[in-house]
Design a binder for this molecule. Structure first.
Ligand SMILES: [Zn+2]
Length: 109
């Protein structure tokens, strides 16, 4: 195979997810865990047409957002992950978006 053209490109990669409240990493032993707060403000608000979002770590959720009555339920993995093919695609998409944590834990124990 003949290489006709090549170039060096700078690629931006997410290496960590920081809490938008305390600034600490949202990294756990095996993954990244955080709450996403999101709002698209609309007509009739003082924030009309503004889009807000934040990633909040578990500690800040527990300590600073405890006044919120969150609607809680168990995660249904079948609904979240779907068929084996859908699950594999989601896992691939996820690991392209977020880096694996290199701590020797394979998550298979
Ligand atoms: Zn935090």
């Amino acid at each position: 195979m003949e290489i006709k053209a090549k170039e060096n490109r700078e690629v931006e990669v997410i290496t960590d997810i920081l809490c938008d409240s305390c600034g600490n990493s949202c990294k756990t032993k095996v993954d990244y865990e955080y709450m996403t707060l999101k709002a698209d403000w609309g007509y009739g608000t003082k924030k009309d047409m503004e889009r807000w979002n934040a990633h909040i770590c578990e500690k800040c959720v527990d300590e600073k957002l405890s006044f919120i009555k969150f609607k809680k339920s168990d995660v249904d993995f079948q609904t979240v992950l779907g068929t084996d093919e859908e699950m594999e695609k989601k896992m691939n998409d996820y690991y392209l978006k977020y880096p694996k944590i290199e701590d020797g834990n394979t998550g298979t124990e």
